[in-house]
Design a protein around this ligand. Sequence first.
Ligand code: SF4
Ligand code: SF4
Length: 119
Amino acid sequence: MDNNLKCEATKCVYNMNRLCSAKEIEVQGEDTMGGRFTFCGTFEERGIGNMVSEMGNMNLRAEIKQLFSDEQEMDPMVGCNARNCIYNQDAHCHAEHVNIVSEIAETAAQTECQTFYPR
Ligand code: SF4
Ligand code: SF4
């Protein structure tokens, strides 16, 4: 299932206008009971070198479609190991909408899944 995902972590190499251009992301959280201990493990700080090295996980087809569409085309698959989240089933996220923050994040650990909701 692809997830409707918005992301405020604009310093990430995959962030395009607050959408995520990765094909897949991996949210981390293990046995946390609070959303602030979750984070997007796929975050990579934007830099000249890694724009090219991260191309393998980029959803280029969706990026091009997004340029000509008002619909949200970039919807990555969301793997997740935060097993106490109500939306987690078999290490995949089944939330209709996922919100990742924050704008000031410079590392993966500084991001957070705001959609986390404890079982
Ligand atoms: S932080 Fe995660 S969800 Fe946000 S753009 Fe980067 S890879 Fe995508
Ligand atoms: S909503 Fe829950 S299952 Fe989905 S990515 Fe966030 S923490 Fe993981």
